[in-house]
Design a protein. Structure first.
Ligand SMILES: Cc1cc2nc3c(=O)[nH]c(=O)nc-3n(C[C@H](O)[C@H](O)[C@H](O)COP(=O)(O)OP(=O)(O)OC[C@H]3O[C@@H](n4cnc5c(N)ncnc54)[C@H](O)[C@@H]3O)c2cc1C
Length: 470
């Protein structure tokens, strides 16, 4: 059962203040910049968005925090969900908005092709590790609830030509039992402290009378005491560009993101991958020295190890360098680009496995997808960003790294920060400013994430004894 609302913990907070917060003069709205398009006509262009974001006036909320505040969390990925979860644990209500058509999760994404009968692919996050005890506690809860399990399949490093070296699992690797998206969908507790609105794309933020008003296109989506930006990339830059939050906007714009292609492919017969006598065939491999490939994972073996006689579903990821060179609009991938990427990546699979050109069996199903904002390439190294004057914060993987663990910890951290700020009644904003000016430094890790405990750079086991799998 969630703890009682924060009202009890707020010094001087009472219902009258809710009215005061909604009264006029609650917030100083930003001055709207004139909207001009590329050719000087009214409209929207990237250049005008950038200009506006640097010339926005800071919005300042001066009304007391109401007795029972509500937070809008924009983004239902790992960070947004854990933020809502942790807010509820502190007695703060939230509404989570997410664009997901099929479910929550963002980059915790699973595709069920034939209704999940046979073809299931985790098509972004493949597995995760836990190094922080706060995250480990949550992971233990997920284990208890049967949402996740340890993945004991063979994982290692594959060099072009088929040389495979296992990476010992010093750190447990976890997966969603039915994939990553079902885990995301089940992450939130059943509680009236959290509402979820999906699919919903928040397109406008507006400070008004001491509250944040949200809109989906022109449709009002409620008024909130604070907002959380739990997503990044172009969408976030656009949303923030006219928000009256210049410091958040500036930090967000400093973020650089990689692009990674995903190829989902199902094969009638098992792929001829290297196997190790004691462990069998590998189920996941970080690929080295192949331009079009950085990871290959056998989702069927990973998710349904007992299943036999069904097609093998593989998720392949390109390198970030390949993604950058072959970037196209991700919402509208030209057919020729999709075909080229598919051929390049299947060629990469042959090269990685040491197969002769053209000898790989034809997949019975393929789909390519571009993660145009795949992983952060730089980070401010702070667990969350919070602007107390604007009552707005940012959480997400990129604030400390590039993993599910980083995203969850960031969401929790921002939730606690906001709850503490509410407890302070907003009286000492200067004490609550966080991460607004930090420089960003390069993120170390794999092209598809950071995995503490899985250091593939240093040899950890003797060279594997390889035998072909079929
Ligand atoms: C190819 C790939 C492979 C990866 N592999 C791994 C791995 O194996 N292990 C691992 O730990 N991590 C992996 N990661 C990283 C991991 O998936 C992310 O770090 C983590 O899921 C990020 O969570 P997040 O909440 O910060 O952002 P996201 O998951 O991106 O969530 C943001 C959400 O906000 C929504 N949104 C955006 N704009 C709006 C709007 N205006 N209104 C409403 N909603 C909006 C988005 O639709 C999305 O659902 C991988 C990532 C990629 C791309």
């Amino acid at each position: 059962m969630p703890p009682p609302p924060i009202a009890a913990a707020l010094p001087g907070a009472h219902l009258g203040m809710v009215v005061a917060a909604s009264g006029s003069g609650g917030a100083t709205p930003p001055r709207a910049a004139p909207r001009r398009g590329r050719r000087g006509k009214p409209g929207f262009s990237r250049r005008s968005a950038i200009k506006k974001s640097f010339h926005q006036e800071q919005v300042v909320f001066s009304t007391p925090v109401p007795a029972d505040p509500t937070v809008a969390v924009i983004g239902g990925g790992a960070s947004g969900l854990s933020c809502a979860f942790a807010l509820a644990a502190r007695g703060v209500r939230s509404v989570v908005f997410d664009t997901g058509m099929h479910g929550l999760g963002g980059r915790m994404a699973t595709r069920f092709v034939d209704g999940g009968e046979q073809l299931v692919f985790d098509h972004a996050a493949q597995f995760f590790t836990a190094s922080d005890e706060r995250f480990q506690r949550l992971v233990d809860e997920w284990l208890d609830r049967g949402l996740i399990r340890e993945w004991s399949g063979l994982v290692g490093e594959l060099e072009a030509g088929g040389r495979f070296r296992p990476i010992p699992s010093l750190t447990p690797r976890y997966i969603g039992v039915n994939g990553m998206r079902p885990l995301a969908d089940a992450m939130l507790p059943e509680t009236d402290m959290i509402k979820v609105l999906r699919p919903c794309w928040i397109s406008k933020l507006e400070p008004f009378n001491g509250l944040w008003r949200l809109f989906e296109s022109e449709k009002p989506r409620g008024e909130y005491d604070a907002i959380v930006i739990a997503h990044n990339g172009k969408c976030a830059n656009r949303l923030l560009s006219t928000s009256g939050l210049p410091l958040l906007t500036k930090q967000m714009k400093r973020l650089e993101l990689s692009s990674v292609w995903a190829l989902l492919a199902a094969f009638e017969d098992p792929l001829p991958v290297p196997r190790i006598d004691s462990h069998g065939a590998f189920e996941g491999a970080f690929v080295r020295d192949v331009d079009s490939l950085s990871w290959m994972g056998n989702n069927t073996r990973k998710l349904f190890p007992m299943q036999t006689g069904t097609p093998e579903c593989w998720t392949f990821f390109s390198t970030a360098a390949y993604g950058k060179r072959n970037k196209v609009p991700q919402e509208n991938i030209p057919k020729v680009a999709a075909e080229k990427v598919k051929e390049d990546m299947l060629g990469g699979v042959e090269h990685a496995l040491g197969l002769s050109k053209g000898s790989l069996q034809q997949p019975i199903y393929t789909r390519v997808q571009l993660w145009g904002a795949a992983l952060p390439m730089n980070t401010p190294g702070v667990s969350c960003v919070f602007d107390p004057l604007g009552r707005a914060g940012i959480c997400g993987d990129w604030l400390t790294g590039s993993s599910i663990e980083a995203a969850v910890l960031s969401g929790m951290s921002l939730a606690n920060h906001i709850a503490d700020y509410f407890v302070s009644n907003g009286d000492r904003p200067e004490e609550f400013a966080n991460g607004l000016h930090e420089d960003l430094n390069a993120v170390e890790g794999h092209d598809i994430s950071q995995f503490p405990g899985l250091d593939t750079q240093t040899p950890q086991v003797a060279e594997a004894q390889l035998t072909p799998s079929i």
